[in-house]
Design a protein. Structure first.
Length: 615
């Protein structure tokens, strides 16, 4: 990397990018890794973005509809998926390609910053280093928001540098647009940009006599930022403040652990080998008086670290963006002009060779040394090799879809009770969207109302907390003598190599010829009182009107209509609070619903399984 020409630098940068892309493609086609909770949520939202755009392309309100894709996560990464899905189709691989596009942007942005602050060699070396870090390798293969965030942080800082301390209006506006895009990836984006903004604003203010121009350019920068990001934040402000603000306080760490958390995990993020080489670099290349320590990078790293530390909820991926100034600080130290060229060449050769070997071992060897280094907890060798796996999500969905078509059913509701990283509500929702299966995936809340199928992991009751409602429900479905035996029957089973078993249940209609319509009416009324008692308290008693369509349907658990009304009721969740909202002239009619005959007759419990309408 010594004295390389501008053309050669571009060639080496392109070779680095090609190396990363080729290896990631080989990794993906060697088995890649099963989707987990968060990645499947993000991928499902990206499909929603594409379908919203596709279905509303000619609608003038398409932009407004796209803002409603998610109130929980800002939507830019999902919107960026639209051209990828258009070209490559809706597939997990398409999301993988999109994330790799962000990886290229990260590598290029680190090169550009290094080249601008130091020289092309420092930029190229920084780009190489950051692409070899295990945490970057991992999240370049996982559809998450943290690598895209780091890439936009990098390119935003480069454009901020190009403003020349807010002296150039064009780059100020361009920077503002990128800042707005960053805020539409994750709201933590500002944690990594607040200190660079302050640094260059102060520098521009103190170093330029035309202070009004500096302030005006800064204002234009912020205006461009707000024009991009505020529509989404305004639309979702109430939901964000009422739900997400509480996440800032989630932590099990002490104050001291919180302060040093991100410093402690740096060796884990970049690997202990790179951490050791970085320490050697500082000692070796700063042994003389001249130390090439860029003030801005130091201010950026320390300032962003302090701001990020204030947020109590923490995870290694949250600080990927911090690795940009850290890596470039080391690059600047190594590429100072005070060490003899020969020594540097030998060191760089060893550094690059070690990085490439580590990259290949981490990516493909499958080595998993459980020993971790003291203090840091850093693994000796990270294992990010591809994982060949059986996709039980698709197996389950295909079986249910086959049964749905066979019985000529419409849209179905699946309830799933697993507790696995790679088989859960979110993963099933994603694969259902990929295959356009007309299903909705729910958890246990409200069970058994609106339940067409229940998917149970058989060993869940053995591994979960006995007090967990899911454990109780799992046992109730699997136990032949439980409340739900005779209500739900095992429809299909999938045996797994680990000895576990996935069981699909679906409702089973039971006809009870021993009951009369009059006795059924009385029991439905009694069950209705129990069913509604948690949420509705009438002043006096409810009045009921029940209509059975015919005897055979009635005896199989069908009610044509059930109307209940009262002059005054209180509405609320009385399991938590004794009083509720008063409603006058309450009147509701449930139309054409099926209920579980067994639980009504045996337990006086009205379990509504399906409901076709409410008036």
């Amino acid at each position: 990397m010594e004295n390389i020409s501008k053309q050669n630098t571009k060639i080496l940068l392109l070779l680095l990018i090609l190396f990363l892309m080729l290896n990631n493609l080989i990794w993906y086609n060697s088995g890649h890794k099963p989707l987990h909770w968060d990645s499947s949520i993000h991928l499902a939202l990206s499909i929603d973005a594409y379908k919203t755009f596709e279905n509303n392309f000619s609608n003038p309100l398409v932009f407004y509809k796209l803002l409603g894709i998610s109130w929980y996560y800002p939507p830019l990464v999902y919107l960026a998926s639209i051209p990828f899905y258009f070209i490559l189709g809706i597939d997990e691989f398409t999301g993988f390609i999109e994330i790799n596009a962000f990886l290229i942007l990260l590598v290029v942005s680190v090169y550009l910053i290094g080249n601008k602050l130091y020289n092309k060699s420092a930029g190229l070396f920084g780009a190489f280093c950051i692409s070899m870090f295990p945490i970057v390798i991992e999240y370049s293969r996982d559809y998450m928001l943290d690598l895209p965030l780091a890439s936009i942080v990098g390119i935003s800082v480069f454009l901020l540098i190009k403003t020349e301390n807010f002296g150039k209006v064009f780059f100020c506006i361009l920077t503002g647009l990128l800042l707005g895009c960053g805020m539409l990836i994750k709201w933590t984006f500002i944690f990594f940009l607040i200190t660079p903004l302050i640094f260059f604003l102060i520098k521009g203010w103190t170093g330029n006599q035309r202070k009004l121009k500096i302030l005006l350019n800064f204002f234009l920068c912020m205006l461009a930022c707000f024009m991009i990001c505020l529509p989404w934040y305004f639309k979702n402000l109430i939901a964000i403040l009422s739900t997400r603000s509480g996440e800032l306080g989630r932590t099990d760490l002490t104050l001291l652990q919180s302060v040093f958390y991100y410093l402690q995990i740096i060796p884990e993020q970049i690997s202990f080998i790179f951490a050791l080489l970085f320490i050697i670099s500082i000692i070796l290349f700063s042994s003389r008086k001249r130390l090439s320590m860029n003030t801005f990078l130091l201010f950026w790293f320390i300032g962003s670290y302090i701001v990020l530390t204030i947020v109590k909820i923490k995870a290694p991926r949250f600080s990927i963006s911090l690795l940009i100034p850290l890596t470039l600080l080391i690059s600047g130290i190594i590429f100072g002009d005070f060490l003899r060229q020969g020594k540097r060449k030998v060191y760089l050769f060893f550094f690059i060779f070690t990085g490439l070997v580590q990259y290949l071992i981490v990516s493909f060897s499958g080595m998993n040394l459980n020993y971790t280094l003291p203090l840091t907890g850093t693994p000796v060798i990270s294992n990010l090799s591809p994982v060949k796996f059986d996709n039980y999500n698709l197996s389950i969905l295909n079986l249910i879809e086959e049964d749905r078509i066979k019985n000529n059913n419409g849209r179905t509701i699946i309830r799933v009770i697993p507790d696995e990283a790679n088989f859960n509500n979110s993963t099933l929702k994603y694969y259902a969207k990929v295959n356009d299966y007309p299903v909705d995936i729910l958890g246990t809340s409200g069970f058994p109302l609106f339940t067409d199928y229940v998917v149970v992991e058989k060993k869940i009751a053995e591994t979960m907390n006995p007090d967990d409602k899911r454990t109780e429900l799992t046992q109730a479905l699997l136990n032949d003598t439980s409340i739900y035996s005779g209500v739900f029957k095992a429809f299909k089973k999938i045996d797994r190599p680990d000895g576990n078993e996935l069981v699909i249940f679906k409702p089973e209609k039971v006809i009870d010829q021993s009951e009369t319509l009059d006795s059924l009416k009385m029991k439905v009324i009694s069950g209705s009182n129990n069913f509604l008692g948690r949420y509705l308290k009438p002043k006096g008693d409810f009045k009921f009107e029940i209509n059975f369509e015919d005897t055979s349907l009635a005896l199989s658990g069908n009610v044509k209509s059930l109307r209940l009304f009262a002059d005054e009721v209180e509405f609320g969740d009385f399991s938590f609070k004794e009083t509720g909202l008063k409603i006058n002239n309450f009147d509701i009619e449930l139309k054409d619903f099926d209920y579980a005959m067994k639980t009504l007759l045996k337990y006086d419990k009205l379990d509504i399984l399906s409901l076709n309408g409410i008036k």
